[in-house]
Design a protein around this ligand. Structure first.
Ligand code: NAD
Length: 376
């Protein structure tokens, strides 16, 4: 069996690492960045942690800050117009997964005049106009290390998965000190997102020895630290472990793919505007239970790594504790049900058919240990 391995060419990891951003650009001879970020990063001043060291090194910085959570094709198009106005040689995605994904999509879309939808899977988006340097401020998506970007097609209410080397950052700066200000709800949602990446990569039909090592390490870090980061936002050790875990989960799933949770999560996000990590969290316990019998040994090992099962538990017991543990984790993190989130049941029922079709079309469910049909 052969498999592909991808990761950014260079990653700088650690507290305070963002202060080195100018030297990261200089390694690659880059001098004219467009910083892609969101309005909160500007109003809160967090983006200055990236801009100040660049300006101190004599690098002129331009900022595009009109990104939105769960980015859309229209925002990416506006970003490309802004990119074409300047003489840039790279993009810096600074923020959560949304600004980073916007930067990735901009560099792919800037290749030509085709609409964003032309690049969704099964298209291989390997080409990109300019390199992206990713600087995450949430410990969740792992986008800094993945060959994916997720963009909503506003005309069709579809969250499109775009995959290829064009979306893989050239470099990433992974600085947990940027996550101290993440609100509790977002800490929970992004944390469960990273746990989902690690678990789905580990049970994926496309898992390989390299992705397994990253996924297991990530589950250990996230299992031991997510609750602490949620309850104690300024706990540096927990934030550091979560940031590393999210990054390793990203490396795991970019090389093994995600599975059924993500396949189903994208339509829920697109139709009902549920943040990505939260829709994953809503689905994770039930989808895990659905697959348990198809990969019991793998789910059991995941359960032990996360800390739900003991090393002495047999496989069936440990796997059962995984589904129960995920339910308890959701309760502790205050994850709402779709109804509690405010989703109208009748509207939900009316869209189930379309959502199931969209989930299956993304390809992710085919990686699940138990592959569902549309009715399931
Ligand atoms: P986000 O980027 O949408 O940010 C959520 C909110 O948190 C925003 O309001 C933002 O301003 C705020 N925020 C971010 N960092 C903060 C900080 N340090 N302090 C205070 N507030 C902060 O959330 P996300 O979960 O990181 O990203 C979600 C997006 O990532 C979705 O669109 C999802 O589809 C995508 N995603 C991409 C990949 C990939 O591989 N490319 C993987 C998973 C998810």
């Amino acid at each position: 069996m052969s498999f592909n391995l991808v990761a950014p060419r260079f990653m700088l990891v650690g507290g305070g690492a963002v202060a080195e951003v100018a030297s990261v650009l200089q390694k690659f001879g880059l001098t004219r960045p467009l910083v892609v970020t969101d309005p909160f990063m500007v109003s809160s001043g967090l983006v200055r942690r990236c801009i100040d060291p660049l300006e101190a090194a004599g690098i002129k910085v331009t900022v595009f800050s009109d990104t939105v959570p769960e980015p859309t094709d229209t925002v990416v198009k506006a970003g490309v117009a802004s990119l074409r106005q300047g003489d840039h040689d790279c993009l810096i995605g600074f923020g959560g997964g949304s600004p980073i994904d916007t930067a990735k999509a901009m560099t792919i879309l800037a290749m030509g005049d085709a609409p964003m939808s032309a690049y969704k899977v099964p298209f291989q988006a390997d080409a990109a106009k300019l390199p992206v340097i990713a600087i995450p401020t949430t410990a969740g998506t792992g986008s800094e290390a993945t060959r994916f970007t997720v963009i909503t097609d506003t005309a069709r209410d579809e969250k499109m998965l775009i995959s290829g080397l064009g979306a893989l950052p050239l470099a990433a700066i992974v600085d947990y000190e940027l996550t101290f200000t993440v609100p509790k709800r977002t800490t929970a949602d992004t944390g469960v997102d990273s746990l989902t990446h690690a678990l789905e990569a580990y049970v994926s039909r496309r898992a390989n020895p390299f992705s397994d090592a990253q996924a297991l390490a990530a589950m250990g870090l996230i299992g031991a630290n997510l609750r602490t980061a949620f309850h104690e936002p300024r706990n540096a050790a927990a934030r550091e472990a979560m940031m590393l875990g999210a990054m390793q989960a990203g490396i795991a799933f970019t090389n093994a793919s995600v599975a059924l949770v993500h396949g189903m999560s994208r339509p829920i996000g697109a139709h009902f505007h549920v943040p990505h990590g939260l829709s994953n969290a809503m689905l994770l316990p039930a989808v895990t239970r659905f697959g348990l019998a198809s990969a019991t040994a793998r789910y059991a090992e995941a359960s032990r790594r996360i800390g739900f099962a003991a090393a002495s538990d047999d496989a069936e017991t440990a796997a059962g504790k995984l589904a129960d543990g995920l339910v308890a984790l959701n309760a502790e993190l205050g994850v709402p049900t779709p109804k509690e989130f405010g989703i109208d049941h009748a509207v939900w029922e009316g869209r189930l058919d379309l959502m199931a079709e969209q989930a299956l079309a993304s390809g992710s469910p085919a990686n699940n240990p138990r592959v569902p049909d549309k009715a399931e």
